[in-house]
Design a protein around this ligand. Structure first.
Ligand code: FEO
Length: 393
């Protein structure tokens, strides 16, 4: 199956409806994903990206229905991660001498993955490749989100091939932003940004400003995952500039795990104190042991403050809480406040451990947190409510 994007540009990728986990088990994909490969058939023919390895045979088989493989003049490999390059070895086995255009780091990562000495052609920002009447202009985009990442711009059709940027893990038969459910689409976009791009936000802003400074007309953004932005493509660019700029909504998120419900009760009472004091703020609670971690991270991304709770166990904290703390440390959230809470029976280290982790992850601690010995009694419940009020104030 191919889909005409514009004039001689065709989508020749794979819609993966079944995918529920990406990056191993690291990223939940509730709505599947797509691996977008594009075929450009001008006087010269270029293929942009491939698909993930399990679909390599299907991809190459479908591609042969669109073009005689020997007629492909250029292979563009903007990113070596295997959801993009997985079908490259099979494709290249049919056309081993065809030049591959990628960044200097792209050569390293492609060689690192496949140990092949393909006909690599290194490109850098501003380099052009003629397809006849139209040209591809290359723009390096290091750390968006790998060192090898690269954008390409097709003159004449005014298409930006943005690779992972502006994408979403979102399977749809419709493939264009104006044809899909907007809530689903933007939920997947913000989840993708929060979980993958947050640490690279300074580079996101810099790269977008650089690309905008070229003053190139922009009609379409062809991402490597999810739908193609053909209706007001600038809307996702504006979202990225907003999300990259220490984004927050008027939301406080409480995440916790619990053994005998003491820490859960604390979470709920703190939440009710926050709501009592501030009727405007959105308060959300998530039990980390029962909630998808990528959805939790998306909510943390949207928050101005978070509370993290765990009972003390073996002088430590519960594994689900330790896991999310490790994750948010790497994501480098900025401009967010935080506090810890938890029940304990005798030693009671959990709030201290959580606070230290939050601080080292870059959160601004509100205080030393709140802890309750044994199960919360009426006095402790009142303290939790008051704590929530004080926090909201
Ligand atoms: Fe879509 Fe960085 O892989």
């Amino acid at each position: 199956m191919s889909i005409n994007v514009k004039n001689n540009v065709f989508w020749v990728g794979k819609i993966d409806w079944e995918l529920r986990k990406f990056h191993g088990d690291e990223y939940s994909t509730h709505r599947g994903s797509t691996y977008n490969s594009y075929l450009i058939k001008e006087e010269k023919t270029a293929i942009f990206d491939t698909v993930w390895a399990p679909f390599a045979e299907e991809y190459v088989r479908n591609l042969t229905k669109e073009i005689e493989l020997n007629n492909i003049d250029y292979v563009i490999a903007p990113h070596a991660e295997i959801d993009h390059s997985g079908a490259l070895p099979l494709l290249m086995s049919h056309i081993p001498d065809t030049p591959i255009y990628c960044t200097k780091n792209g050569v390293k990562s492609l060689k690192g993955h496949y140990h092949q000495d393909w006909n690599f052609n290194v490109v850098k920002t501003g380099d052009r490749l003629s397809l006849g009447q139209k040209e591809l202009i290359f723009v390096e985009a290091p750390m968006l989100h790998w060192p090898d990442s690269m954008f390409c711009y097709l003159t004449g059709d005014n298409i930006l091939f943005s690779n992972d940027a502006f994408g979403q893990h979102y399977a749809s038969e419709y493939m264009f932003n104006d044809l899909v459910d907007q809530n689903e689409l933007f939920n997947e976009c913000i989840k993708y940004y929060a979980n993958i791009l947050t640490p690279f936000s300074p580079m996101v802003i810099k790269k977008i400003k650089e690309v905008l400074s070229f003053n190139l007309p922009l009609d379409i953004i062809c991402t490597s995952h999810g739908i193609i932005w053909r209706d007001k493509p600038e809307q996702i660019v504006e979202k990225y500039l907003n999300w990259a700029d220490n984004y927050q909504e008027n939301q406080i998120t409480i995440v916790y795990d619990t053994m005998w419900n003491g820490t859960r009760v604390m979470a709920e009472k703190i939440a009710s104190g926050i709501s009592d004091s501030d009727k405007e703020v959105t308060v959300k609670l998530f039990n980390l042991a029962k909630t998808d971690k990528n959805d939790v991270i998306t909510e943390i991304f949207k928050s101005k403050a978070i509370l993290v709770g765990s009972p003390t166990i073996n002088k430590g904290i519960l594994v689900s809480v330790a896991g999310i703390l490790e994750e948010i440390k790497g994501l480098k959230f900025k401009n967010k406040k935080a506090a810890a809470f938890g029940c304990y029976g005798w030693s009671g280290e959990s709030t201290k451990i959580i606070s230290e982790n939050l601080e080292s992850a870059g959160f601004e601690l509100v205080d030393n947190g709140i802890r309750v010995m044994w199960n919360p009694d009426n006095e402790s419940i009142t303290k939790c409510i008051e704590y929530g009020k004080k926090l909201a104030d």
